[in-house]
Ligand binder design. Structure first.
Ligand SMILES: Cc1cc2nc3c(=O)[nH]c(=O)nc-3n(C[C@H](O)[C@H](O)[C@H](O)COP(=O)(O)OP(=O)(O)OC[C@H]3O[C@@H](n4cnc5c(N)ncnc54)[C@H](O)[C@@H]3O)c2cc1C
Length: 379
């Protein structure tokens, strides 16, 4: 038996917070270092699927999430004017009386996860990262950017798509760092008032782009739009509202109803999309990666956060079981890889169809329905 007693989590995002909480619940002392000096997060909504809710229940925050979000049970597909063309019943994973899916503001989700961290007694240091790590047979000596040092049984990189833990400690067989690839799409999101007709995640297929509406409260929803782009760069904040309104100009129905209310750049997020799946193994010695650091889907299934939270549950369970660390980390990758690959491949397939509208055989609703159903499998 090799007991993991002390873990360092690098990154205090959705995956890092849920992992540290799950580790503490499992009797393993967990500490987080987070690069940003404040708990800042953009004020846009996020969609939490059934499988993600199931994982959030395991860390004890489901009731808080339900009471703070907008609950729904289906995914709607519509034409450019809002006429319904398809409907996917989302799998009921939590049993009778529980929601299948929730829209919630990201700052509220973060507050709930921070509350769980604090209740579990996780030590968090903001504005601090790892300066260097030296591993031996029994542990990892870590020097931090604030000059302090400590020793851990295991280090988990939960530091997102640009993970510096990955870049410094994981190289491909050809000796290259693993990098996320741009997909040729960008996603726009803007907070607007919710029209009464929007009661579930609703997709609209237009001649140029796909758009959608996702309710987060009785009062508000976010509109998202997926755009095909040639360049990955960022756009000036003050130009975002007019650009997004123009991209949405094709759409009638509920989108036309609220389009002119897209005015405030601070309530818009524009992100070029990259996607990534690192081949196994997801660990090197005592250092392991979770979340976007190792698998980053395009947003078509709104499941990136869910996969990160599921990673946390599975890794905490395996580390707490107390087998040889190497074996636990191998099992972690094996339990997670195919499920993450399935989400990434289904999302990429839909993304490819979106980039070339009108392709024969394109059937995004079928692919999304099948992939959502597959997520019902236990983790
Ligand atoms: C605009 C947008 C909308 C999205 N909508 C959805 C959605 O509706 N549903 C869904 O399931 N997913 C959604 N996602 C995806 C989801 O946000 C990610 O998959 C999820 O946040 C991944 O969690 P993570 O903890 O792995 O990484 P992150 O949340 O990126 O967290 C990484 C953390 O590590 C920190 N960090 C980085 N480098 C270091 C370092 N060197 N040292 C210490 N800390 C470091 C970062 O500051 C950050 O806090 C969306 C993503 C975006 C960009």
């Amino acid at each position: 038996m090799e007991r993991v007693r002390k873990a360092l989590v690098v990154g205090g995002g959705i995956g890092g917070m849920t992992l540290a909480t799950a580790l503490m619940h499992a009797g393993i002392s967990a500490e987080i270092v987070e690069l940003t000096p404040t708990w800042s997060v953009y004020g846009i909504g996020i969609s939490i699927q059934g499988a993600t809710l199931r994982a959030l229940r395991q860390i004890g925050v489901l009731d808080q999430i339900i009471s703070a979000g907008f609950v729904y049970s289906e995914l709607m597909a519509c034409d450019v004017n809002g006429r319904v063309t398809g409907r996917i019943e989302l799998p009921p994973l939590l049993g009778a009386g529980n929601p299948e899916c929730i829209g919630i503001m990201r700052p509220i989700l973060q507050d709930v996860l921070r509350g769980a961290l604090q209740a579990a007694g996780v030590r968090v240091r903001l504005g601090v990262s790892v300066a260097s790590m030296i591993e031996d047979a029994l542990g990892v000596d870590v020097r931090f950017t604030d000059g302090s040092n400590d020793r851990f049984d295991v280090v988990i990189g939960a530091d997102g798509i640009g993970s510096s833990v990955r870049q410094t400690h994981f190289l491909s067989p050809a000796g290259q760092p693993f990098q996320a690839e741009p997909t040729g799409q960008a996603v726009w999101r803007a907070m607007v008032p919710r029209p009464e007709a929007i009661r579930a995640r609703t997709l609209f297929y237009g001649p140029r782009n796909k758009a959608g509406c996702n309710p987060v409260s009785p009062e508000e929803m976010y509109i998202f739009l997926v755009q095909t782009i040639e360049r990955q760069g960022h756009l000036p904040d003050d130009e975002l509202p007019a650009m997004m309104r123009e991209l949405l100009a094709d759409f009638g129905g509920p989108i036309a109803q609220v389009r002119d209310q897209i005015q405030d750049p601070s309530r818009i997020a524009y992100r070029p999309i990259s996607s990534f799946l690192m081949p196994l193994p997801w660990h090197r010695g005592r250092i392991v990666l979770i979340g976007d650091a190792v698998h980053c889907p395009t947003p078509q299934m709104a499941s990136g956060a869910g996969l990160a939270i599921e990673d946390s549950i599975v890794l905490a369970e395996l580390l707490a079981a107390g087998g040889p660390l190497e074996q636990s980390l191998v099992q972690f990758g094996e339990r997670r890889f195919e499920r993450c690959k399935m989400v990434i491949e289904a999302s990429r397939q839909v993304s490819e169809w979106e980039k070339t509208p009108g392709l024969p055989g394109a059937d995004p609703v079928r692919v999304l329905a099948r992939a959502n159903a597959a997520l019902a499998a236990p983790i």
